[in-house]
Write a protein that binds this ligand. Structure first.
Ligand code: CU
Length: 278
C-alpha cells in the first residue's frame, strides 16, 4: 500500500475526532444553551455520556494510531513480511479483562443516576404526592390535564380540571411529576433539552419526574413512530417561575369557566404572562 493510501486512512479518523471536538462550538452537539441540559438529571446524564465518550475516544484514537503506524511502516519497507501468529492466550485475557472492567465500572458508576431517574421509591416525595398534570399522548397531539387550583390531580378526570393541548407549563427549580398515558398507540414523551424520554403505553399510567432548572420554551416531541402524523406531534413545554405558572393556571381557569357573556374577568398577571409568551 502506498503512502497516499496511508494518509487517506489517517484522514478519516482525524476528521472524525476533529468534528466531534468542534461539535459543541458549532451547534452540532446536544440541544440548547452551550449544549447544557435544562434539568438537573439531564446534567448528570450528560456527564455520564461525556465519560463514556472519553473512554471510547481514547480506545478509538489508540487503535487508529496503531493501524496507521502499521500501514505507514509497510509502505516504507515493502520487503518486511508480516508475522503470522495464531492464538495468544495472554493477549486474549488482556483484551477481555480490560473492556470487562470498564463495563463493570460504568455499570456500577451509573447505578445511582438510573435509580434516581427510574425507580419510583427514589422519586422526590413532594412531586409524587402532588403530581403536576396528566399527559395523554394521542394520534397526533399531546393533551394536558391539570387539577383545579388548590386541588390534587385525580386518576379520573374531574369536572373542574383544566385542559390544554400541545402546551405544558411547568414551574422551574422544583421537581415535578407528570402521569403519562396514551390514548391509542405507543408514543414517547421526549424533552430533548431536559434529556427526558419515556414511552407512553396504552393502558398504563407511567409517572415521569424532572426538575427544570432554566426558564425557557422547550420542544416536546414524540420519539416513537406512531402513524402518518408522527412528524407533526410537536408541543412546547414552557418553563417559568412559580408565580408565572400560578398566574397561568388562574388565567386558564377563567378562560375555561367563561360562559360566553361579557368579558373575561381581568387578570393582570394572567394576561401579562400570556402577552409575554407572544
Ligand atoms: Cu409519534
Amino acid at each position: 500500500m502506498g503512502k497516499g493510501w496511508c494518509l487517506f486512512f489517517l484522514f478519516w479518523p482525524v476528521a472524525a475526532v476533529v468534528s466531534c471536538a468542534a461539535a459543541p462550538f458549532i451547534g452540532w452537539s446536544f440541544p440548547y444553551d452551550n449544549a447544557q441540559a435544562a434539568s438537573n438529571l439531564g446534567i448528570r446524564i450528560d456527564h455520564l455520556f461525556y465519560l463514556i465518550l472519553a473512554i471510547t475516544a481514547a480506545v478509538f484514537i489508540g487503535t487508529q494510531a496503531v493501524l496507521v503506524y502499521a500501514l505507514w511502516r509497510s509502505a516504507n519497507n515493502r520487503d518486511e513480511r508480516a508475522q503470522h501468529t495464531h492464538g495468544n492466550h495472554k493477549l486474549e485475557l488482556i483484551w477481555s479483562i480490560i473492556p470487562g472492567a470498564i463495563l463493570l465500572f460504568l455499570a456500577l458508576y451509573q447505578m445511582n443516576l438510573w435509580a434516581d431517574f427510574r425507580f419510583k421509591n427514589h422519586y422526590p416525595e413532594a412531586a409524587v404526592k402532588d403530581p403536576l398534570a396528566e399527559v395523554t399522548a394521542r394520534q397526533f397531539e399531546w393533551r394536558f390535564r391539570y387539577p383545579a387550583i388548590g386541588k390534587q390531580l385525580q386518576p379520573k378526570p374531574q369536572p373542574d380540571d383544566l385542559y390544554t393541548v400541545n402546551e405544558l407549563h411547568v414551574p422551574f427549580g422544583k421537581p415535578v411529576l407528570i402521569q403519562l398515558r396514551s390514548d391509542d398507540v405507543q408514543h414517547s414523551f421526549f424533552l430533548p433539552a431536559l434529556r427526558i424520554k419515556q414511552d407512553a403505553l396504552p393502558g398504563l399510567q407511567i409517572p415521569v419526574w424532572f426538575e427544570a432548572n432554566k426558564p425557557g420554551v422547550y420542544d416536546l416531541v414524540c420519539a416513537e413512530l406512531c402513524g402518518w402524523g408522527h412528524y407533526k406531534m410537536k408541543a412546547h413545554v414552557i418553563v417559568e417561575p412559580e408565580e408565572e405558572y400560578q398566574a397561568y393556571l388562574k388565567n386558564l381557569t377563567q378562560q375555561q369557566s367563561y360562559d360566553g357573556l361579557g368579558q373575561i374577568a381581568a387578570n393582570e398577571n394572567g394576561s401579562e404572562s400570556e402577552a409575554a409568551e407572544k
